[in-house]
Design a protein. Structure first.
Length: 168
């Protein structure tokens, strides 16, 4: 009986295995969504315009350029072949659509104007159209502010906050 059992086991182990190939494929894909970003500083701000100091006695002009994270202007990045627009509101202190800087602690305002682009066009409430053709994914828009003091103005720190919206 023992011999027969060993023989069956030996035969079972001696059966050669036949190699077979089975092939199949799978698909790899990704979708690149259209999108845009704006470079900001560590606090999430899109920048700051500092017009410096000006004597408030006999009038004068003050101006400055937007700086964000060490770069002059608003830096917009969009997926190539995307269109976008940038708008700015009238600011927190506007009167009849005119942007105004308000003195800290109250007691006075100074009118100012924003300008955008290489030609320094006045940037009121109009949308700035941005195109990102194939191969282009980043644009820098220079933004500046100017104020002209028409006479004596109370001393102090003046400021305003303008909200900018990127639509794509």
């Amino acid at each position: 009986m023992r011999r027969l059992l060993l023989l069956i086991l030996s035969v079972g182990l001696a059966v050669p295995a036949f190699a077979q190939d089975r092939r199949a494929a799978f698909r790899v894909s990704a979708v690149v969504a259209a999108g845009c970003t704006v470079s900001s500083d560590a606090a999430g701000s899109w920048g700051r315009i500092d017009m410096g100091s000006v004597a408030g006695v006999g009038g004068g002009t003050a101006s400055g350029s937007l700086v964000s994270g060490g770069v002059a202007g608003i830096v917009v990045g969009c997926t190539p072949e995307t269109s976008a627009s940038l708008t700015a509101d009238a600011g927190e202190n506007a009167v009849a659509g005119q942007r105004r800087l308000r003195r800290a602690g109250g007691g006075g305002t100074i009118a100012y104007q924003l300008r955008v682009g290489a030609g320094a066009d006045a940037w009121n409430l109009q949308a700035i159209a941005l195109a990102f053709p194939a191969g282009i994914s980043r644009r820098t828009l220079p933004v500046s502010a100017t104020t002209v003091l028409s006479g004596a103005v109370a001393a102090g720190a003046y400021s305003d906050t303008v909200r900018v919206t990127l639509t794509f």
